[in-house]
Write a protein that binds this ligand. Sequence first.
Ligand code: ATP
Length: 894
Amino acid sequence: MKWYELKVDEVEERMSSNVKGGLSEKEAKSRLKQYGPNELQEAEKQNAFFLFLEQFKDFMVVVLLAATLISGLLGEYIDAIAIMAIVLINGFLGFFQERKAEKSLQALKELSAPQVIVLRESEWRKVPSKEIVVGDIVKFTSGDRIGADIRIIQSSSLEIEESALTGESLPVVKKENAISGEDVSIGDQENMAFMGTLVTRGSGVGMVVATGMHTAMGQIADLIQSAETMITPLQRRLEQLGKILITVALLLTLLVVVVGVIQGQDLYEMFLAGVSLAVAAIPEGLPAIVTVALSLGVTRMIKQKSIVRKLPAVETLGCASVICSDKTGTLTQNKMSVTNIWSGGKAWTVSGIGYNPEGSFWIKDDTVDVKKEKELQQLLTFGILCNNANIVERNNQYVLDGDPTEGALVVAAMKAGITRRVIADQFEIIKEFPFDSDRKMMSVIVKDKEGKLFAITKGAPDVVANISESILWEGRKTFLSGKYEQLVKDAVYNLASDALRNIAIAFKPLQQYNENISELEIERNLTFIGIQGMIDPPRPEVFDAVKECKEAGIKTVMITGDHLVTAKAIATQLGILPIGGKVLDGKSLTQMTQEELEEVVDDVYVYARVSPQHKLKIVKALQKKGHIVAMTGDGVNDAPAIKASDIGIAMGITGTDVAKEASSLVLLDDNFATIKSAIKEGRNIYENIRKFIRYLLASNVGEILVMLFAMLLALPLPLVPIQILWVNLVTDGLPAMALGLDQPEDDVMKRKPRNPKEGVFARGLWWKVLSRGFLIGLVTLFAFMISYSQNPDNLPYAQTVAFATLVMAQLIHVFDCRSEKSIFHRNPFQNIYLVWAVISSIILMLIVIYFPPLQSIFHTVSIDPKEWLLIMGMASIPTFLLVGALFTKKNKMN
Ligand code: ATP
């Protein structure tokens, strides 16, 4: 279908839709049913059965299965069945863990799926992109990714970058006019916007003409692989470490077997023991547990209002040493109200806060009648004319539809009785040059009732003053130079010192209008009318968040398009700018070379009047100084800096699709305090991973050493193979998972950021693993030897005591692992999952020891209750030794 050839009414007719009111929800639903969701087909997911089978491809599991087979062939059916059962349970556990990880990653993807603004039942609504249907009227602006194929109906300075489809990276100017011609190529279809392309400038409205696989994108890409690499550096390092551990475990196992055989142990027994030991000693579950810990952490982060788009960011978060944050909306509330107005030397204040259009205008302590204040009236009227926001009444409340800065101007005008309805009768907007953060201005061309044309520009006061040649002063046009220029500067300075965000308004009459007039022609030689200053209160929680970051060794830097004096005032209020801290503005940044910036970057806390391009320069300078940088952003032009930073953060509410796609973290509430919570969670996730690595590896070392010691001392096997497998499954598995859910230690935000080059085993973790593993092995062996020496004829009895000691020593150790210090630094009942994991392990152990049908499988016997004194005594020795060592160290230091 050549949609580009049709006029708008013809498209409307074919689509049975209408541009004014859009589709009804009922019609949209029925079309959704008929045509299916607006999605591109994805590669097929891995089938659950294959995922289950995957669990058995592991080399060690194959070894275990071979061992089962050999046991079966030798007639040891009970051993064979028990080993088989354990292999299966292991497989199921791995399967569920991977399933869970996959599901939460999928849920994440859906949460960050794009939304589209669509006209339904005559109202603009936000719906997920996959729910839009042909005939829907949609709205898009700079930064949006187009969600379907669209015939453009209205455009305002619209430019779209279509490289995803055409390979051409320069944006194309788009218009609504119909075009004729045979086979117009996609790149030349000026009145069409295609799925997957990017709006780089301006805005537009259009009707959806194709969705999902029927779009141009759907036709060229039958299969879109959107999977990003989700493996984190830590996971990669653990994979490598896994290989080393396998080799070491196999060598040690071989040593145990060889020594055992030399000492005259039964060959078959030693073979089984070797296999079981190897299985137990190899931390094959580690990567899966790490993934689960990461994805559970990510789920917790969603509850705290941040979405991780790229899993590796979770790790990097814990290393962040600088947060570069936007001001408006992130540090402040983005709820603007005009409080001060200045025009031609006169200053008014405005009462009333928020979007409720009730309030009055004052000069000093007296209210004024706006009708008598000509310049004020003109300033307010132009403020609402050069403006796209609306204040609407919904459920007895005034709510803003549009940009808060513009909303504040609308409310101020409404307080003077100047509403959209009133001006609609008097003025017609014929062209708009949208606001962008580089120009810091927006302009419109307006025609009044008498047909007179004029342009209005509103924007940052210093910028507008620069392009104004005159100023309205007491009703007369006067040259904007000398004294008047100084007066404007003073007015801006005074307003900004009160932390106000300021918008200046200027205008000029136009003789004629042609469609191709550029903003450069409009935005010059203007007449300056005045300034409206608005408050944007800081978010109350930010002050504490900045303080907490500081304690955690993280510097907060404000980067804003706002005026230097305003930025300084707010940064001081929020505790970002310390006494003596440096402030830089965009102009100085442009003049500085990259090296010059690097020299001062550590002393700068506020960057003001910057353009998005400056952000990249700042990120690079900080990184050069060795910082790990988190950088926020929302616009199209912020994307390069977001990408270049170590943790790119996009705003969930005000952020564009482009910024979100470039980011690794999205803030659902646009709030700075959420970044702090995410960093805290990032640190905690990493610490939790360290905790269960410490636990699992120490347990494995203990298991190998008890066997090795016994072989070297020519003792019988202290544990039978099936017991080793049981410990590996129950005592190692459950508590390790629970450690992944542990709460952060109190001082997690009092430590310096982690060095990203630091290995997992840094800060003495290797030593902790080896020393504890050694002690666990030793006490298990002692318990075995004591019991065996008392009952030399009853080997299973001594083996059961060794088994119980090993289990208990590990279960006590798990509480040590919760703290980098010692067991007494934390309340053991705080992590309720861990308490339950430990209780279940103990119950399962008691069942294995005392339940007769299981005794024959696990080669256990009921042990005398008195024996538990020995078991518990031995099992708690390692913890007491650790506490004792710490105590002595502390005393020595004192
Ligand atoms: P931040 O980067 O912290 O979000 P910001 O919102 O102040 O700061 P910009 O949006 O780039 O940064 O705005 C820069 C300046 O442009 C503002 O200080 C204001 O004077 C002016 N401005 C903002 N919004 C508009 C608008 N819609 N129309 C005209 N001028 C605007």
